[in-house]
Design a protein around this ligand. Structure first.
Ligand code: GMT
Length: 384
């Protein structure tokens, strides 16, 4: 198949999933065209069958802001025609689903649009009245729509009151990359005296509840020698720094900034913290589990679909930092329980969220939309 993929190229779950999907499809011999503003951060070295098409922003004195979305839609149509794409896969509703719909209208080659909803496109952006209708348009005009968890399927159906079928295809992990032990000596570096290592990775936005991460850690650190690794950057970075200083934890908390290669950091940790306010899936929780690292977090959104409470980690309602800290201590102080959780976490990641299985689900979906009757909104294409 010839597949076009559009996603945000910067660090973030949706870009990571889109890029890993593209690479896996290319490894299976499909031709994959990334249509993006920049090279996706997880693409890495040359991958056979992968092509990158970058948008050239147009500037002209009349234009207050470059018409990025129109340029993207035009490029999608151009690539679809030139490379005879079968499918355009939009990762994140805005602007990608809407641009893909416009591209399908413009292209002469008949293409199908598949949209994957990732979370904040629905739980944050679509809550804004100025964006809700256009996101709904992008969803309803797609030939197929997927969401990364059942929770997000439900949120989307409820918000838009739409009959559009939305299929859950869970996010995935490559267990050969995210594997226990891939951290090498890193753990000794951060915890030379055998301290417990807690880890949090995110974009440091309010939805991640960074103050709760630090509050949980503070409670754990009162009861055992422990270190906290904070990976990422974002608007809450400054406040988090201040909170750590006020708690007198500077020597126990490491702010590692943005990191592109995170597998060794997961493998160096004993516990991953994800106390989010809202989280459609929690790719980081899955990556931690794949490295044999149990998760303590909140019950928000799709987290309970990934982390099984009492088996691969512990979950508590959003904001219940005392409970989260108690559960974290229980797990870290009971050697036998910890070993069982760690093994079960790895097993669940491999069995339920393996990259090979999920890529096959996407392949099957592409074949399904390619063979389906074209919908009323689909461009008739040449000769029709
Ligand atoms: O976590 C974010 O805010 C970034 C966002 C993104 O689009 O990169 O993540 C969303 O998509 C990820 C990949 O599907 C999910 O694992 C995250 O749970 C989801 N984030 C939220 O729902 C807050």
């Amino acid at each position: 198949m010839r597949v076009g993929i559009s996603c945000y190229p910067t660090v973030g779950g949706s870009g990571a999933v889109a890029t890993e999907l593209g690479k896996a499809l290319a490894r299976r011999g499909h031709e994959v065209h990334f249509i993006v503003t920049d090279v996706p951060f997880r693409l890495g070295a040359f991958v056979e069958h992968v092509y990158i098409h970058q948008i050239e922003p147009i500037t002209y004195p009349v234009l207050k802001t470059p018409p990025y979305d129109f340029a993207l839609a035009s490029l999608m149509a151009r690539v679809a025609d030139e490379y005879q794409l079968d499918v355009l896969h939009a990762h994140y509703a805005l602007p990608f689903a809407v641009c893909a719909y416009l591209a399908r209208e413009m292209a002469t080659h008949p293409i199908r649009v598949v949209t994957t909803l990732h979370g904040t496109d629905i739980t944050v952006l679509a809550q804004d009245p100025s964006l809700k209708s256009i996101i709904k348009l992008g969803i309803e005009r797609s030939d197929a729509v997927t969401a990364v968890s059942q929770s997000l399927v439900r949120d989307t159906a409820r918000l838009f009151e739409t009959d559009k079928p939305i299929r859950c295809i869970y996010n995935f992990v490559d267990p050969d990359v995210f594997r226990p032990g891939c951290g090498g000596e890193l753990k000794r570096h951060f915890a030379p005296n055998g301290e417990r290592v807690l880890l949090h990775i995110s974009n440091f936005r309010p939805v991640k509840r960074l103050p709760d991460v630090i509050a949980v850690f503070e409670r754990v650190a009162r009861r055992m020698p422990a270190k906290l690794l904070l990976v990422g950057e974002g608007p809450d970075w400054g406040a988090a720094k201040r909170q750590v200083e006020e708690a007198g934890l500077e020597d126990r908390v490491h702010f590692l900034g943005r990191q592109d290669e995170v597998a060794p950091l997961f493998a160096a940790a004993d516990l991953f913290l994800l106390p989010s306010e809202s989280e459609s899936f929690g790719l980081v929780a899955l990556e931690a589990m794949s490295c044999g690292v149990p998760v303590v977090g909140s019950t928000a959104g799709g987290i309970p679909e990934v982390v099984v409470h009492g088996e691969t980690g512990f979950l508590a309602p959003v904001g219940h930092v005392d409970d989260m800290a108690d559960l974290a201590c229980q797990l870290l102080q009971d050697e036998a329980m910890y070993r069982a959780f760690s093994a079960r976490a790895r097993e669940r990641a491999v069995q339920a969220f393996h990259v090979d299985a999920k890529v096959s689900e996407y392949e099957a979906l592409y074949r399904e939309v390619m063979s389906a009757e074209r919908g009323e909104h689909t461009h008739p294409g040449p000769g029709a």
